[in-house]
Design a protein around this ligand. Structure first.
Ligand SMILES: [Zn+2]
Length: 624
């Protein structure tokens, strides 16, 4: 994709090459470099990066121009040249080769990495000190998603890093550094050494040095922090810390007072540096953990089980299994502990929903069951977070929300609806239908909507009807973090239960059988009435871009729209076509189409009019 991003910098290149350009409104005319005709004979075709010259009757792009103007032929080299000339932040093939080489080095040295927020230094993974990520493939995925990476210092990766907070390195220290790996940062340097247990994690103010070891992490190449890329400036190996440097540091570390046992315990827990090597590779780590998980899962929820398994994995397994393996294992667990009372549990929930709360005896009577089975079901529902037990009575969780929603029906939603804010008025209980074809970026649009809602303080619910985790990648690329939205997978749309007063996005509805479609839509409308939520559904379109079951699609939604590409084979430019508006915005202009542009680098989909406002510039969309 980097190629398209680079080609979109057409205008920047023309400016650098002093090509005569004349703008009038949205039309950009220029002197054609091939025929140099005056008056200007060429223009940039609106919403593209292609030039058309009516004099020489040629259509050409940035690649054609560079080949002609600079007499170059090798396209890979031209991309690299343009990237550097125009300072475009994309990854070319050459960058990628260099990156792979470095990641190999990290892997070979046993680095344990953590995903870090875009352009910053904070880990984005919850409970990250308890997780293990040692595979190159996983790291590469983070980086491709635009994230930064950090290395867990200390025992986790077998390294101690000396973080020097000034430039240049003071002379007395520089002489002691040795030939080891050094990373340059905006304000200083990181010296990499083999893990040294004698050096604690601390700050030595006098030397402007931080010692980073167990419990910490350091952001690594190719991360970009405050718009500055980190780079290695020397060394291709990691050595033991030289004796004199270690001596200097130790002499400057303020001696901690003798610690009592409880202080020591507290520090150990904080730094998690009390690794007990119980089970080694080849001694059945998998087997041990899955059995343990099975036992835990009897009493703990999925989340709690995963937490304990992570902690045990990291402290009792050497080396620990990867995060992926643990997650897969936790996913497996439910297979072994199928709850055999699902139907009864549903009955109990329905009963409690109607009566708001009840004691065990109430429940027992209502569902006509024996004490033992009732107790089992109630315990299960409490454990899984459906019910709350207060004193002797059981409550449905979130019951309070359910009670006051009736008053809110028909009230305007308290947020701006992304993309369609000036088309219609939106109320709680509304359905918004977006039609799209396969491979037309619907999951990108979903995540863009979630981002725009999250920015307004809304935490949406995302339900995927397809397996796979593509949405998570896109979310990270857009800068969303864990905890920004809820997500789940559901294979059967008629089983979806909406949350009260919440925004839910369903990705996506395939119309297999028309009769069933009717059923599905009725189910959603019922759910909307019941929960007073706001529902956005992505629905499959026919190959010719028209609706399946058109009547239905036009009967229920407050807004029905289709997202189509300008050019069928290329996703940069697209538009929403508005088909149904139930309550148009009064005094608003009638809108039938909303043109949009997709930024391949940031994964953002924006309305073109928003783009022009932001940049006050031409129609060339991808500005880095
Ligand atoms: Zn020409």
């Amino acid at each position: 994709m980097y190629k398209q991003v680079i080609l979109n910098h057409l205008l920047d290149y023309l400016k650098i090459k002093n090509v005569v350009i004349k703008k009038s409104g949205k039309v950009i005319m220029l002197e054609c470099p091939f025929c140099k005709t005056q008056p200007l004979s060429a223009n940039i075709i609106p919403n593209t990066s292609v030039i058309n010259c009516y004099k020489c009757n040629k259509k050409y792009n940035l690649m054609d121009l560079v080949k002609y103007i600079e007499n170059k032929t090798n396209e890979d080299e031209i991309y690299q040249y343009l990237k550097e000339l125009l300072k475009i932040e994309v990854m070319t093939k050459k960058d990628e080769d260099e990156l792979i080489k470095t990641l190999d080095f990290y892997e070979k040295n046993g680095f344990d990495l953590v995903p870090i927020e875009k352009n910053g230094k904070r880990p984005i993974e919850k409970d990250w000190t308890n997780k293990t990520h040692k595979s190159k493939e996983e790291w590469l995925e983070w980086i491709r998603n635009g994230l930064n990476i950090g290395v867990k210092t200390g025992v986790r990766s077998g390294i101690t890093i000396i973080d020097i907070d000034q430039k240049p390195i003071p002379e007395e220290i520089r002489l002691m550094v040795g030939n080891t790996l050094i990373q340059e940062t905006k304000k200083g340097f990181h010296l990499f050494y083999k893990y040294d247990k004698d050096l604690p994690k601390t700050r030595i103010e006098e030397l402007k040095i931080d010692i980073e070891t167990t419990g910490g992490q350091v952001v690594l190449y190719p991360s970009i922090v405050e718009n500055e890329k980190r780079n290695f400036i020397s060394g291709d190996k990691i050595i033991e810390i030289p004796k004199d440097l270690k001596g200097l540091l130790k002499s400057k570390i303020e001696l901690p007072a003798l610690k009592s046992f409880s202080e020591k315990l507290r520090d150990d827990i904080k730094s998690e540096d009390f690794k007990l090597e119980v089970i080694k590779e080849g001694e059945g780590r998998n087997n041990f953990l899955i059995h343990l998980g099975g036992i835990l899962r009897k009493e703990l929820s999925i989340k709690q089980t995963e937490y304990v398994m992570n902690a045990v994995n990291n402290h009792f397994c050497s080396p620990p299994l990867s995060q992926k393996e643990i997650i897969a294992m936790v996913g497996q667990l439910d297979k072994y502990i199928e709850f055999d009372e699902q139907e009864l549990a549903l009955k109990v929930l329905q009963y409690l929903r109607n009566v708001e709360d009840g004691t065990r005896t109430d429940v027992e009577r209502a569902i006509g069951e024996k004490k033992a089975r009732t107790d089992k079901v109630l315990a299960y529902l409490v454990k899984e977070g459906y019910l709350l037990k207060r004193g002797k009575s059981y409550h449905i969780i979130k019951k309070a929300d359910w009670k006051d929603t009736l008053i809110d029906i028909g009230k305007p939603v308290p947020f701006t609806v992304p993309y369609f804010y000036d088309v219609a008025n939106y109320n709680w209980g509304d359905l918004l239908l977006i039609g799209s074809k396969a491979k037309y970026g619907k999951t990108h649009i979903s995540m863009n909507i979630i981002k725009k809602l999250q920015e307004q303080g809304v935490k949406p619910y995302y339900i995927s009807l397809e397996t796979g985790s593509r949405f998570a990648k896109i979310a990270l690329q857009l800068g969303l973090k864990e905890g920004d939205f809820y997500h789940t997978f559901c294979a059967d749309p008629t089983k979806i239960e909406l949350e009260p007063n919440a925004v839910t996005i369903i990705d996506w509805l395939l119309i297999v059988d028309k009769a069933k479609t009717d059923l599905i839509f009725r189910h959603f409308i019922e759910q909307l009435n019941k929960t007073n939520g706001f529902l956005i559904i992505f629905q499959q379109l026919k190959q010719d871009s028209s609706w399946f079951a058109e009547n239905m699609c036009k009967q229920f939604p407050a807004l029905a729209t289709r997202y189509l590409y300008e050019n069928d084979n290329e996703g940069t430019y697209g538009k929403y076509i508005i088909d149904v508006v139930r309550e148009p915005k009064p005094f608003g202009k009638k809108v039938f189409e909303i043109p949009c542009v997709y930024n391949w680098k940031t994964k953002e989909l924006k309305r073109i009019d928003e783009l022009n406002e932001e940049e006050g510039e031409s129609g060339i969309p991808v500005k880095e």
